[in-house]
Design a protein around this ligand. Sequence first.
Ligand SMILES: Cc1ncc(COP(=O)(O)O)c(C=O)c1O
Length: 387
Amino acid sequence: MFLDLLENESALEVLAQAVALQRQGRPVINLGVGQPDAPTPAHICEAAIEALRCGKHGYTPPLGIPELRTSVAAYVQKSFGTTVDAENVVITPGGKMAICWALLICGGEGAEVLYPDPGFPIYASMARASGAKGIPVPLKEENDFVMRASDLRPLLTNNSRLLIVNSPHNPTGSVMRAHDWQEIEELVQDFPQLTLLSDEIYSDFLFDERERHASALHCKSLGERTILVHGWSKSFAMTGWRLGWSVWPKEFVAKVFSLAVNSYSCPATPLQDAAIAALAGDKASVVSMRKNFARRARKITEAMNAIEGVVCVPPRGAFYVYPSLAGRGLTGSVVQKRWLEEIDLAVVAGIGFGRTGEHHIRLSCAAADEQIDEALLRIDAWFAKNP
Ligand SMILES: Cc1ncc(COP(=O)(O)O)c(C=O)c1O
């Protein structure tokens, strides 16, 4: 382990700065952090309160209570159309923990870990800290930021141990379709030592309601070597609850068990009842968030593309917009700093997601429509003042 190589997550840094400024009374609009603006639905909160009232205060099995692991398996069957064994389901404190475990198990010295660039920064940070060599796979604007087998092929070697794919994607909103997965499935046939980490935590947020989420689990030979990462944070507006679910190839489950025993012992007990209520209960809030995110993403994308020198590939899922300011000669870092200081607007510089993001920024659609309208006015005024 090389703990000195761990990096910070810039979205969380920006959140801390925005909150500090808000405490000083500044009218900061936060389009930085990636968390739904809706509250956790009441029936989920009630289930947690009820669990506490019923005295569910003690430790549970490290991988989660059997009822919850079975609920997740049933949920995967219903929403992904794929059969998974409850024994392979793991409950963790947040999806991030599953990513961390995957990198500790599959990374390490001598291993190569491939991850999307741009991408969720924890992939690169944990890969390096595990001792592995991190290999960024460029997601290209001309491919709508979808990971293509042709970009991946030259980077695979006999030392490749983990390939990370994220769809719908943070920060670009790109979405893999079935044929994109098939290309990757074919490509990795020649690399039997490679495990896939498919981070599908935004699968409930596809902007086109007619589109079905394409999962790595839908490809048979890929599914068998996939660690599927998901959770309650995004789908049910539960970011602060810290609850994730993941599905692992059988041979890794005992390792995850040991890691859980040696760190957090078990996921928080009363929250596991709430997690069952979330999966089994009414999904109206999920549908409403999806519609809101789609509408706001469209609005932000149009506004960005209307600014001279700004180019924005329309996102197809998740809840982010990722424009490039290269045509204005601006780096995302400068914009992140100046917008927070000058127009009380928090956004995240693209460089926080990888080297390809130097001229990009990420704006979150998880804010009220009025706030987004006001943010877009401030952005227009800023560009008018800074031609
Ligand atoms: C792509 C991606 N994966 C995983 C996570 C982790 O989510 P959590 O740990 O809250 O479940 C996030 C959070 O922002 C994310 O954007």
